[in-house]
Design a protein around this ligand. Structure first.
Ligand code: KG4
Ligand code: ZN
Length: 333
């Protein structure tokens, strides 16, 4: 039943959605600041906060009018509590508090990564036990869920998040921010000609490490230039992407079999990557016993519909926030 208005402002997207039953999207508006941050080569926190303030009211109104609803039709207001940029989070949290107070609606706190995971609910019936690979600009986590609302960390990056590695490597090849989609496009035109390292770490580990790979790409470009050799950006992109994909897919396949799950979910901005999607699809074939669920691109990158989906779990658990809710940049799942 519940119809939830959800707000997401943890990074550089001002997003508001209305979601019913944690699975039906009634409206879903995302105002991206990507072009603004592009000229700085990355997200500038203070600039992000200011733009959230500027856009917020308009995005809320747009989500309400697209849904053709009034506040009487809503049951709760949900908001990303963390993790994320503190100033950015605060804009969403304060807007949510204001709306909850003004319209006498309960306030539901949502974890951003929980949001990415439960984006799967918007496209499939999630069956437990399940595993989720969350790959974004800030996170690379493998999470086991024996049942709804219970999260056990299985693996985590020990240094850079995978999206961060994409963005940094993109910058060295001279591509604009965000680098992930750019590398994705470039790699499709290249070949895997360079054997970049894969950080397998110790036997049995489900952790990840991408900083060595990032340095290997930088060194390769530096050395090739010093030797006067031609650097083919398409091949660097394809070889880097192959190394990332190999590790993500191997960890996912092994975890899915060890944890004996019904489904395997892949979410977060990097799940938009075409190479990763197709490698996952061949590793978890449609007729296999583990169902692969990868939401469409628009639900993989930051959005508020995923926050509305995750809020359904907070709603069912009876979790409610008070007006003292704060943005928590380091919030744990
Ligand atoms: O989930 P998201 O929108 O924001 C965070 O919570 O971080 O993820 C953004 C990240 C960026 O690092 C971006 O470069 C990466 O996702 N990304 C991609 C692709 N599209 C976005 N990485 C690889 N291939 C893509 N197609
Ligand atoms: Zn995210």
């Amino acid at each position: 039943m519940p119809r939830i208005l959800a707000i997401e402002t943890s990074c550089d997207e001002t997003a508001v959605a209305i979601v019913e039953d944690g699975k039906n999207i009634i409206s879903n508006i995302v105002a991206s600041q990507m072009e603004i941050h592009q000229r700085f080569g990355g997200v500038v926190p203070e600039v992000a906060s200011r733009h959230h303030v500027e856009n917020m009211t308009m995005v809320v109104e747009e989500a309400m009018s697209a849904a053709k609803m009034s506040y009487k039709d809503l049951d709760a207001i949900a908001v990303t509590e963390g993790p994320g940029l503190v100033g950015a989070l605060l804009v969403g949290v304060n807007t949510a508090k204001g709306l909850a107070y003004a319209h006498d609606l309960p306030l539901l706190p949502v974890h951003h990564i929980g949001g990415h995971i439960h984006a799967a609910q918007l496209v499939a019936e999630v069956e437990y036990p399940t595993l989720a690979l969350v790959v974004s600009g800030g996170h690379t986590s493998l999470i086991y869920m024996p049942k709804e609302g219970v999260y056990e960390g299985v693996g985590e990056t020990r240094d850079d998040a995978v999206g961060e590695a994409y963005d940094k490597v993109a910058r060295t090849i001279g591509l604009s921010y965000p680098g992930g989609p750019e590398i994705d496009r470039l790699a499709a035109k290249g070949e895997v000609t360079i054997d970049f390292p894969r950080a397998w770490l110790e036997d049995g580990s489900y952790d990840f490490s991408f900083s060595g790979l990032k340095s290997a790409v930088l060194n390769y470009i530096h050395n090739a230039k010093q030797r006067g050799e031609e650097v083919v950006p398409e091949n660097v992109a394809a070889s880097f992407q192959a190394s990332v994909t190999d590790v993500l897919v191997e960890r996912s396949r092994r975890a899915a079999s060890e944890y004996d799950v019904k489904q395997f979910l892949v979410t977060g901005g990097v799940a938009a990557n075409r190479e990763l999607r197709s490698s996952m699809e061949s590793e978890f074939p449609a007729e296999g016993n583990v169902e692969l669920v990868i939401p469409p691109l628009s639900l993989c990158t930051d959005n508020a519909a995923m926050i509305g989906a995750a809020a359904q779990i907070a709603w069912k658990k009876g979790l409610r926030a008070g007006y003292d809710l704060n943005g928590e940049p380091g919030l744990l799942l």
